[in-house]
Design a protein. Structure first.
Length: 391
């Protein structure tokens, strides 16, 4: 059976969600593959030495920044991270090559940025001829050396015209570029469960006729949600805090003068699609997953773009504006005006949102199958000897 490895890590949550969604669809569609999710952190640090010495997992450093909202300077930190990855390249390649030699994949699919040169070189060393595919889980690249490595024997799956054009401009071989219709979303966003929306809104205390906003800042929430809630006392809101229990408690404790309209405050839940069905518009950061989920569920979006926006997400706000899918502000200081703009023209915005047709999670397995078929017709290559590792 063909062994397909999906490489992910926990930074931000979108990479893991994409791996889970692809695995679910591949099984549901009956592809004759053994699908294996590979957590890169566990491969590179199997004994969790980083966490043992520092008291925190490496991805949590990033996730805590997201939860605090303190994302200024991440562009400079990204350059530092990329420099460290390049400095450690030889050791990373040797450790990964030994993993591939042990696990013998027939196809490796990266759903992460920054490490793709090391992933590619290690696979070439241990399993020459095995295809290496990078599926961008961002709407655009943040060059150089983020997602796109133009001088590698690497297939790229791009979910937007912008990413595809960036790959061509970087010099990638067009025969190795593949266009999907958007970001990978879990199947429930494509086939939401039927519900009596009016009855469900009444059941949880929301008015069935009042435009309701859903506020979401990823799986860790963000303290900016408190400021948004305070500026929208008369707007019904569903506030999704993820794993940020302190934020949920603070939102529930807001005085009635700051929450005259109904509020539903949620902790971590896998049922994001269900709650989006109950909302009329979305408020959040311009993350590729959250934006794509909201649009898929028919919600116009309100987002920001400023110096605090993560560099790889800045183009996403431009996409919202180009497509007319909502309102982009410099900050949420004028979120009340943005809500008024969206709700007063709600049918118009909703019509534009419904025109976006994202089927990426169903398209990517078909792309992978075509890549495997091409590989099957190519002559086999001999593995290269592994050099001694100093890692």
């Amino acid at each position: 059976m063909t062994r397909v490895d999906l490489v992910w890590f926990n930074a931000g949550g979108g990479h893991r969600a994409a791996a889970q969604a692809l695995e679910q669809v591949m099984h549901a569609q009956g592809w004759p593959w053994q699908v294996r999710k590979v957590n890169l952190t566990e491969v590179l640090d199997p004994r969790a030495q980083f966490q043992r010495f520092t008291g925190i997992a490496p991805e949590d450093l990033y996730n805590k920044r997201l939860a605090s909202g303190f994302t200024l300077g991440l562009a400079h930190e990204l350059k530092l991270l990329q420099g460290l990855i390049r400095f450690s390249h030889a050791a990373l390649v040797q450790r990964l090559a030994r993993h591939w030699q042990l696990t013998q994949p027939d196809l490796v699919v990266s759903l992460i940025p920054n490490f793709n040169r090391a992933l590619h070189d290690s696979l070439l060393q241990a399993r020459p001829g095995v295809p290496f595919v990078t599926v961008l889980t961002d709407m655009a690249d943040h060059p150089p050396n983020f997602w796109i490595e133009p001088d590698l024997d690497q297939h790229l799956v791009c979910g937007t015209d912008r990413a595809y054009e960036q790959a061509l401009a970087a010099g990638c071989d067009s025969s190795r570029l593949h266009r999907s219709s958007g970001m990978i979303l879990r199947p429930e966003f494509h086939l939401p469960a039927p519900m009596d929306r009016a009855a469900e809104r009444r059941r949880i205390g929301l008015d069935e006729g009042s435009p309701t906003g859903l506020v979401l800042f990823g799986g860790t929430g963000s303290r900016v949600m408190r400021r948004i809630a305070a500026r929208l006392p008369d707007t019904p809101l569903i506030l999704m805090c993820g794993r940020n229990a302190a934020l949920a408690e603070a939102l529930r404790a807001m005085p009635s003068s700051a929450a005259r309209a109904p509020r539903v405050v949620l902790g971590h839940t896998p049922d994001v699609a269900h709650w989006m069905q109950l909302a009329d518009f979305f408020i959040g950061k311009p993350g590729p997953g959250s934006l794509s989920e909201a649009v898929q569920m028919g919600l116009p979006v309100i987002a920001t773009r400023n110096a605090w926006t993560m560099p790889q997400e800045r183009w996403n706000a431009e996409w919202v504006q180009q497509q007319g899918l909502g309102v982009v502000q410099r900050s949420f200081g004028r979120v009340r005006e943005a809500v008024a703009e969206v709700t007063q023209r709600l049918p118009e915005y909703q019509a534009r949102v419904r025109r976006v047709n994202n089927r990426a999670v169903f398209e990517v397995p078909q792309i992978l199958q075509r890549i495997l078929e091409t590989r099957a017709s190519a002559p086999a290559a001999a593995p290269q000897a592994l050099a001694p590792s100093s890692a």
